[in-house]
Ligand binder design. Sequence first.
Ligand SMILES: Nc1ncnc2c1ncn2[C@@H]1O[C@H](COP(=O)(O)OP(=O)(O)OP(=O)(O)O)[C@@H](O)[C@H]1O
Length: 476
Amino acid sequence: MSAGHGFLHRPGDSPVHRLAPQTKIVATVVGVLCVVATPREAFWAFGAYLLALTAVWAVARVPVRWFAARSVIELPFVLLAVLLPFTGGGDRVDVLGVSVSEEGALAGWNILAKGTLGLLTSLTLAATTAPQDLLLGLQRLRMPSVLVTIATLMLRYAEVIVGEARRMRVARISRGDDPRLFWQLGATARGIGSLFIRSYERGERVHLAMVSRGWTGRMPDGAGGDAAVEPRRSAPALVVERLAYAYPDGHQALYGVNLRVERGERVAVLGPNGAGKTTFALHLNGVLGGGSGRVEVAGLPVEKANLKEIRRRVGVVFQDPDDQLFLPTARQDVAFGPANFGLRGAELDERVDRALAAVGMAEFADRSPLHLSGGQRRRVALATVLACDPEILVLDEPSANLEPVARRELAEVLLGLDRTMLMVTHDLPYALQLCPRSVLIDGGVVVADGPTRELLADTGLLARHRLELPFGFRLD
Ligand SMILES: Nc1ncnc2c1ncn2[C@@H]1O[C@H](COP(=O)(O)OP(=O)(O)OP(=O)(O)O)[C@@H](O)[C@H]1O
């Protein structure tokens, strides 16, 4: 679902909607400054501003009632403005038998007129400009990148909350809940509680995806990357020995995983729900750690001192592309990882273009990821990781929620990539198509390892670990 329809944004294709966002931002700031600077007695000027705004609304095809409904946030100021004529000092006049302060009335009018016009001007900008385009406009106006990034993260978080709220509302209404009914207020309150927990979890996944692409909590400062630690060329791509891990709540997810993957191999990681596949994958670039055992990438141990280099070499593509994409344009999202790893200027642009081209999304570079289809988003998510030029690509459920054509197209992209690949998946035909070798994890250990075709032909093995080929699928 696109996040285009927000509380403050009213999508459309009017000339006002199509204006460049930076032009609208500048016009809004100038408009608000003019309103503030206008003397309070210049009643005609306020009338002219309002007339100009209503003309813009007519062109933008946004009804007056849309603005009226959103102007309620101004209510406290309206109350203050209404009280001032009665509480103000100075000369007083008699209006319909009530004594009114002249100075108070003018002060109230000043607040009411300037506040309302300022609010309506800002609402006009918000109504006709998508949030992502606003960020783009700020960037084009050369706002400091730190400010734009903070605004971006705040926007992403707001989207996370709104998205979770929408999903929960749909799920509840489809189960017969009507939040308008008084006796269901308790359930609504509990819903709000779980909304914040779910938003927190989603925020954590977004953060994990950022960390995987080299985010350290600091903005790239243009100083270039640290010197790379040279890996051993002759070493296998990946060596995992006796890897065990318990989550902080004490739940033991891995009990001693052993795996060796040679350079250029494509390996499917199969297993039932809760087997430990994702936990295992998150150890490969040090997003999870602190357990026992050993993980080595190209001869480099996965440990704190090597984390930056490890994350450069191991790219994790998460299951949900929305966890991976959070910047205003696909291009910026794809540039995020390599910029964290120190790439700048023409080299960075070239890397981004190459990654987008590799997934067939070059023409969508300047679009907001939120305006792309599910399959397109997944391809951009893959590009965000390819742009880091990883030696090992780890994909978590790459075919989940993809329509057949998008699934096939992604397979073609993946088959065209010349790198070591680990693919966590429940999609057994996809594993067969893409990975000559499979490992089967269950109960936190590797229970089978061999050619994918042989593993999938062993119906007893599959049944023991709750796996099965789709109905009608035959291995020939
Ligand atoms: N943050 C967490 N805290 C505690 N336990 C967790 C956490 N994340 C996962 N687990 C538990 O660890 C075990 C392994 O989870 P993991 O997500 O690695 O499984 P998986 O094989 O990827 O499953 P699926 O196929 O359903 O995605 C599960 O029993 C799960 O409940």
